[in-house]
Design a protein around this ligand. Sequence first.
Ligand code: PLP
Length: 423
Amino acid sequence: MTVADGFSYRDHELHCGSVRVVDIIRETGTPLYLYNLDAVLARFEQHRAAFASFSHRTSYAVKANSTLPLLQALTNAGCGFDVNSRGELHRALKAGADARRITMTGVGKSRADIEDGLAAGISLFNVESASECRLISEIAEAQGMVADILLRLNPDVETETHPYISTGEAAHKFGLSPSDIRSLASQASWLPGLRIAGLAFHLGSQILSPAPYAQGLRVLLKVLDDITPMLDRAPDIIDIGGGFGVRYDAHHGELLPGQVAAVLANVLGPREETWTLITEPGRSLVANAGVLVASVEHVKPSEDRNFLILDAGMNDLLRPALYQASHSIIPLRESDADMQLYDIVGPVCESSDTFAVRYGLPSLERGDLVALLSAGAYGSSMSSNYNSRPLAAEAVVYEGRWHLARERQSLDDLQRGERLLPL
Ligand SMILES: *Cc1c(COP(=O)(O)O)cnc(C)c1O
C-alpha cells in the first residue's frame, strides 16, 4: 500500500522504493530524514511535461531542501536552481549545477551574494528593490559585466494560504509595485551594469488553486507592456515563481502543474511563443518524497492525555510549531495492536514542540519507530541546533539503492568555532 511519493508498506514494513526503512535505520539511527530521489525525479518530469508547450525552464527552489544528492540528481535530470543566498549557490555548484541554469532571488542580497553570483556566471538575478538594482549595476560594471535581471513584481494578489507563507500582497516585504517597476525601467539607462530581461512574481507557498497565477500573470503582462518601449532590448522572460500546493493529508487537495500551465496558456494566448517561462517549484517536487523517522523515547500517560515522546523535535521539523502544519504519522511496522489516542511530542523544552494532538496509532512502546510523512520540504532545511541537539542524519534512495547524504552531527560539531574565555 502506497503511503507517500515513493514510500509504501510491503509485508507490513515501511519501504522507501524497494529498500526496507528499518534496514537503513539500523545503520544510521534516528532521527533520520529519508528521501526517495526516484520519486522526486518523477515529480520533476511531471512538472516539466506540464509546461512542455512553452519555452520553459525549471528553477528548483533550493531552500525547500538543499541536500546535496538531491541537487545532484536534479542537475543530472536537467533541472536548474533558484538560490536565495551565496550559501545555496555554493551548494548547487558543489552538486555540479550549471551556473547558467541558476537564478538568484532574495529580498536582502548582500554584496558578497551578488559578487559570488556574478563570478559563478549565474543566468539571472531576481531583483526586489531600487537599492539592489543600483548595487548589482555597480558591482557588474566594475567587473566589466552586464547582469541580466528580472524585476520581481508584487502583483497584490491574495492567496488562501497560511499568512506566514503568503508573499504576493501589497503589505508584504517582497517585490516591487507596478509603479516602482515603471520608474526603474525609465531609469534603466542610468544602470549600465544591468539589463532588464523580464519580470517575475512569486505569490507564496502551498497555493491550491490556479486562479491567483492567472491573476498575477495578467498584472505582469500589463506592466511588461508599459515598460517594453522604455528598454533598449525587449524583455523576453516571465517567471511565475513556485508555490504549487501539495497534498499533506487526505483532507486536502493539491495543485497540479498542468492546472497552472492551462491557465497561463489561456492568459497568454498567441503571445505564448514570445516568452521564455520560468517556474520555481520547491515544495511540490520534494515534500511528499521525504519522511522523518523517529523513535519513541517514552510513553507517558497522564490524567487525560497519553503522550508519545519522540527523539525528533521541533528543531528537526519546525513546520508544526511555526505554521500549525500537520504531518501524518505512521508506524514503521503495520500492526493490529489496539488503537490508542496519543499526543505526539518532541523532547524540546517548548509547549509548541507538538506534532499531533489526540492522534490515533496502534499501541506503541519505547523503542518503536514511526515516520512523519511529507517532511521532504522545509524540514531539514529549516532545522536548527536548539537545545544543543545535533542535526539529524539524512539518507536518500536513488535508483533503488540507499546512500547516506549527511552524517548525524556530533557533539563536537555543535561547538565548532566556539571559544572559551581565557581564564
Ligand atoms: C520559496 C520560494 C519558491 C518556492 O516555493 P514553494 O512553495 O516551495 O514552491 C519559489 N520562488 C521564490 C522566490 C521563493 O521565495
